[in-house]
Write a protein that binds this ligand. Structure first.
Ligand code: MRU
Length: 343
């Protein structure tokens, strides 16, 4: 499944359209970088690491369409392409990390060299992220005991990483070690990544999963039916504050109140050491129709005002550990994140 989320096909990028799951497994072949930027905005491809990988391929795709041998003109056009991706989604830092890697790969080269180097770099980023998610999943699996009942939020699996997954990667790796795992997946309003995507992925892996509404989490924690919470992340500040799907903060507070470990799993491309704390993380505000409407149907009175922040920030003191491919960080986040940034 990992390789189906995003696939480079020589002259085009194939993505699995995540907005149509689970009803339909359909793919979109993209040859125009603008269509890919739109697909990221519309969340046909989504999840922090997957957004970074898709944008990297998109920049390579865009560069291939620049018809000039003039170096200066090429780099002006390349910046416009990069800008189109930078404007898609603001919270996941993996996007900006990938953009910076792509810029570096092209710098100082002539047009054919830069075009070639951009595609190689996109492929490298993809391969590195696959390896990183596999490695962090193996490390994280050691925290999971046989019989654990794990609550996860949103979707942090193969779909979100175009790799092995982060939160779901750990769950898969623990199962691979022969442990019996039961997952509680929150539906994740308003776009239902939990109900639509996480349940779909876990059922493919034959991992028992119970879908709950977001508001049921406290009920199950209070009844001692959850042993740990594992979520992914969109951006982790230097002090360990974590931006992730809206509702994550609520789960972290509930977990602390109920003495349940709250784990965050992310590749180091998600760590933003340039931000001292989570307060500076830009939070994407999406169309309020995602809240007032459900699959095209209005569920609120016409003209209802609705807020739609797509992410929230969980302060580091609610986080029991951050699991990365380079190791597990506990408590001393500031010191440890500094050494983990990946260029
Ligand atoms: O808005 P989305 O669906 O892109 O948000 C995804 C999440 O919040 C994930 O938890 C996060 O990107 C980590 S994915 C490994």
């Amino acid at each position: 499944m990992a390789n189906e989320t995003i696939e480079w096909l020589g002259n085009r990028l194939r993505i699995l359209d995540q907005t149509r799951l689970p009803q339909e497994t359909s793919f979109i072949d993209l040859t125009d970088y603008r269509d890919l930027a739109l697909a990221i905005k519309q969340m046909k491809v989504r999840g922090a690491p997957a957004i970074g990988i898709a944008a990297a391929y998109g920049i390579a795709l865009g560069a291939q369409s620049i018809r000039t041998s003039d170096k200066e003109e090429f780099f002006v056009r390349l910046e416009q392409i990069i800008q189109a991706f930078a404007e898609t989604r603001p919270t996941a830092v993996n996007l900006f990390w990938a953009i910076s890697r792509m810029r570096q790969a092209a710098t100082g080269r002539n047009v054919p060299q830069a075009t070639k180097a951009l595609l190689s770099e996109a492929k490298r980023i993809h391969q590195e992220e696959i390896a990183a998610t596999r490695q962090l999943s193996l490390l994280g699996a050691d925290l999971i005991k046989d019989g654990f009942r794990i609550l996860t939020h949103c979707n942090a699996g193969s779909l979100a990483t175009a790799g092995y997954g982060t939160a779901l990667g750990i769950i898969k790796a623990a199962k691979g070690q022969g442990k019996n795992i039961i997952v509680f997946a929150t539906e994740t309003r308003p776009l239902l990544q939990g109900a639509r995507l996480t349940v779909w992925e876990l059922r493919q892996e034959d991992i028992p999963v119970t879908l709950i509404t977001d508001s049921m989490a406290g009920y199950f924690m209070n009844r001692k039916e959850i042993d740990c919470v594992i979520v992914g992340a969109d951006r982790i500040a230097a002090n360990g504050d974590v931006a992730n799907k809206i509702g994550t903060y609520t789960l972290a507070v509930l977990a602390k109140e109920n003495c349940i470990p709250f784990y965050v799993a992310a590749p180091t491309s998600t760590i933003d050491v340039s931000l001292p704390s989570g307060t500076a993380i830009p939070i994407e505000e999406r169309d309020s129709r995602e809240v007032t409407h459900f699959q095209g149907f209005s569920i609120a009175m016409e003209d209802t005002k609705a807020a739609n922040p797509a992410f929230d920030v969980t302060p580091h003191n609610y986080v029991s550990a951050i699991i990365t491919e380079r190791g597990i960080i506990r408590k001393e986040y500031q010191e440890e994140t500094a050494g983990l940034g990946r260029s």
